[in-house]
Design a protein around this ligand. Structure first.
Ligand code: CO8
Length: 273
């Protein structure tokens, strides 16, 4: 079983490098081993995005992982298993906030996805404007997608909507119902990612792409982005309280707790095999 202790130093969790010449900032997630998204991780990512946005010389960001085989393992499941209610509230509110900050950012955002990106890890990628994924050693390894149903939980509406808006309604319906994780090539076939490149060039390719996006006149680029995203953003803003209540009640439900605990045990015992 995973212990419920969390790293609290925000600057250790996320590092930011900026290049004024290209107008590109690189955010690297460093919460080892798997960049699970804890309350502090959400806060660190939001703080990093906000500070980059304040610098008018910067027009684009690359989001990448310090772990070359895992982009992010999604929500930190320890936050949801047998949770402290106040922390659970703050956790989900920060998740919503990160979605709003990244999905609605004025910055062009490029995800450099090296390896696994399940569930909220996939949401980080979906919140970016462009997704570049690295090939995996096993070409068929299931790596990216919204897999929540596989362990008895449900993707929140704002996350489901992102998938619908990215891959289309019917593919998203199938994907959400089955909790499908896709290999990089399959993810590209359904439009979940935009490019698949070899592992050694993914970061370089992401930075080049970010530099290209940074050169597009920003007023037009941001207005175009908002044409597509504003309804989903407005919907979460209007429904934040309801979304929070639904999450908390779903999470605290006995059956959800049972499913989560079983999944956590499976994760840990899988490692021991
Ligand atoms: N949260 C917390 N800890 C995790 C998580 C996680 N999401 N994923 C892995 N860990 C832990 C493991 O338990 C292990 O801990 P320990 O060393 O103490 O045993 C450590 O991280 C390393 O994990 P692995 O040994 O499994 O590492 P691998 O490199 O073999 O595999 C994977 C990496 C593929 C990422 C694998 O760990 C995995 O599949 N993790 C689970 C991913 C997942 O299913 N995430 C979904 C989270 S839920 C979510 O994001 C959205 C939910 C929204 C709705 C909620 C409504 C209630």
């Amino acid at each position: 079983m995973l212990s419920n202790s969390f790293s609290t130093t925000l600057s250790d969790l996320v590092s930011t490098d900026i290049d004024i010449e290209t107008g590109v900032a690189v955010i690297t997630m460093n919460y080892m081993p798997v960049n699970s998204l804890s309350l502090e991780m959400f806060q660190a990512l939001s703080a990093s995005i906000k500070s980059i946005e304040q610098d008018e010389r910067l027009q684009a960001l690359v989001l990448q992982s310090g772990n070359p085989s895992i982009f992010s393992a999604g929500l930190d499941l320890r936050e949801m298993a047998d949770p402290d209610p106040d922390r659970l509230n703050a956790f989900w509110t920060s998740f919503q906030q990160l979605y709003l900050d990244l999905y609605g950012s004025r910055l062009a955002s490029i995800a450099a996805i090296e390896g696994h990106a399940p569930a909220a890890g996939c949401m980080l990628a979906l919140s970016c404007d462009y997704r570049i994924m690295s090939e995996t050693e096993d070409k068929h390894a299931p790596t990216i997608g919204l897999n929540e149903t596989q362990f008895g939980i449900v993707a929140p509406p704002f996350l489901a909507q992102q998938l619908i808006d990215t891959i289309g309604r019917r593919p998203a319906e199938l994907s959400l119902s089955l909790g499908t994780l896709y290999s990089p090539d399959d993810a590209m076939d359904i439009g979940l990612v935009d490019e698949v490149v070899s592992r050694d060039v993914v970061r370089q390719r992401a930075q080049e792409t970010a530099s290209q996006w940074a050169r597009i006149p920003s007023v037009a680029r941001v207005a175009s982005k908002m044409l597509i995203r504003q309804d989903a953003i407005a919907s979460l803003k209007q429904n934040r309280e309801k979304d929070l209540e639904q999450f908390v009640s779903f999470c605290l439900d006995e059956r959800t707790q049972k499913n989560l605990q079983a999944y956590l045990v499976k994760l840990t015992s899988r490692k021991k095999k």
